[in-house]
Write a protein that binds this ligand. Structure first.
Ligand code: ATR
Length: 280
């Protein structure tokens, strides 16, 4: 047995102050009575590669990586999963005595699992999906929806080139739509995803009417602060079903926890409350 001490996992970012991951994993460790630790580590970009290699030698079983380390983590890994390859970025690291640094990306898994948990009747084949926005969150969500088999994905962004870049990179059934046609792109969509910062705490206001949102469509937001975003509120008013964005964060954490601490964790209301109650 390589660990004579309680297993330790980390979340590495720069800066790292805002992360909710320590509360999330800490809640699971406590609930399952596991003598382990999950620690936030501020690591500057120039130190990241050396630090990552060292962490595997000093008792850490793995960890999460966040901005700005996701692409470096992918690049320095000895082994990468298909999920990480798809995005050329990692959010989950596992140290293995034989295989070395294994890099995975669970953001897409988290997105799909959150939809399935929140709306069991949703299936990728239900119909076209519309994704609003083309930032970092959008890329992982578009890849996840394509891999899940959506028949058509309409991607629209204020800056069209960023949507086009995601479409070019990920391939598949993506049609890039001008931001002027964002409302129209919602018409007939079975799923509408907001990945823009509109409606986020401290972000710009929501500038859409969602008049074309179909009754019975499913709407979800990548933003979870506030939890019930203006986009979700308006979508509900138009008759859509909604799933909030917090679950994506909670579900993306499951594979890492299981790999590091040897137990499949559950996402439930206690966990949601613990993470929501954690102040910055
Ligand atoms: P993240 O990585 O979390 O997705 P981001 O990269 O900052 O965040 O992306 C923010 C997204 O919100 C982008 O799609 C951005 O559009 P641009 O690419 O044109 O900047 C979108 N966004 C931000 N403010 C917006 C606004 N007022 N109206 C429409 N889209 C907006």
């Amino acid at each position: 047995m390589s660990h004579s001490v309680a297993p330790m996992a980390f979340v590495a970012g720069w800066p790292i102050g805002h992360t909710k991951s320590p509360v999330l994993h800490g809640h699971w460790l406590k609930r399952y009575g596991i003598a382990g630790h999950y620690l936030p580590l501020p690591i500057a970009p120039e130190d990241f590669e050396g630090a990552l290699r060292m962490l595997g030698k000093v008792g850490f079983v793995g960890g999460n990586v966040t901005i700005p380390h996701k692409m470096t983590a992918f690049a320095v890994a000895d082994e990468v999963t298909d999920g990480a390859k798809r995005l050329r970025a990692a959010n989950t690291i596992i140290f293995d005595a034989d295989r070395g640094i294994i890099a995975d990306n669970t953001d897409g898994f988290g997105f799909i699992e959150n939809l399935r948990a929140g709306s069991p009747s949703w299936a990728a084949k239900s119909g076209p999906a519309t994704v609003l926005g083309a930032g970092g969150a959008s890329r992982a969500i578009v890849a996840a929806l394509l891999d899940a088999g959506v028949p058509e994905l309409r991607l629209t962004n204020r800056t069209r080139e960023k949507a086009q870049a995601i479409a070019d990179e990920l391939g598949g059934a993506v049609s890039v739509v001008d931001w002027a046609e964002a409302e129209a792109s919602i018409d007939g969509a079975a799923l509408v995803v907001n990945t823009t910062s509109m409606g986020m705490e401290g972000g710009p206001p929501l500038s859409l009417t969602l008049d074309a949102m179909g009754e019975g469509a499913l709407a979800t937001d990548a933003v979870y602060a506030p939890l019930d975003t203006p986009f979700l509120k308006l979508a509900r008013a138009k008759g859509a079903q909604t799933v909030d964005g917090l679950g994506m964060l909670l579900h993306q954490a499951r594979p890492g926890f299981a790999a590091w601490f040897g137990r499949e964790p559950e996402v439930d209301n206690d966990l949601r409350q613990a993470v929501l109650g954690a102040s910055e």
